[in-house]
Design a protein around this ligand. Sequence first.
Ligand SMILES: Cc1cn([C@H]2C[C@H](O)[C@@H](COP(=O)(O)OP(=O)(O)OP(=O)(O)O)O2)c(=O)[nH]c1=O
Length: 213
Amino acid sequence: MNTDNYLLAQGPFRTAREIILASASPRRQMLLSSLGLDFRVVPADYKEPPIRSGQDPEHYALEMSSEKCRIIAEKNPDSVVLGADTIVVLEKEVMGKPGSREHALEMLERLQGNVHEVITGVCLRCESWQVRESFSVASRVEMIPAGQDILEAYINTGEPRDKAGAYAIQGVGAFLVSSVHGSYTNVVGLPLDRVTQALLHIKAIHAAGDNHP
Ligand SMILES: Cc1cn([C@H]2C[C@H](O)[C@@H](COP(=O)(O)OP(=O)(O)OP(=O)(O)O)O2)c(=O)[nH]c1=O
């Protein structure tokens, strides 16, 4: 453990209640761990419905994160539950995870040589503390024009399969990204700057721990 992690492990972001990450995403687990937090992973069994016609993408990401959070928070009323949802948005069209190789290629062909937004909706809830915080963060990502052969070779790595927009900025897919404007961790799946602010806010309100239910 390096000095920075040691200092974080002392717990500036810890709350008096257990934290549950309501997500199966290994990226979110890795990002939350980097804050020196102890938490339990309890993914919400929730099949995300497609966006409703006319619904704003940001509202959609917020709604999905709130649903994942609600399902776990209602079963664990004394825990601080964190749910999140990451989507890729190109010209108002939402891209979730690709359903097939062909779908991944279709997404990447549209994203290459263009600028898109990555939006993550985040929800934090503690039922018995009556805490509910929700926010969304948008980052702009610019991709190089890569060409079909290269995109197909990238899809062969298997990486795009479980990623919104069919790429991972933190993995092999980094070569596709020419610039990011805004939070990098937001693109990976959890905007750590805003998440830590929210945890500190919850901690400040409940500074005396369980004496203030
Ligand atoms: C754009 C992008 C997305 N992603 C990932 C983050 C998310 O795990 C995934 C988007 O899917 P989500 O539905 O947000 O999350 P998930 O299904 O992985 O997990 P859960 O619903 O249980 O919380 O895409 C990357 O890892 N890197 C990237 O560059």
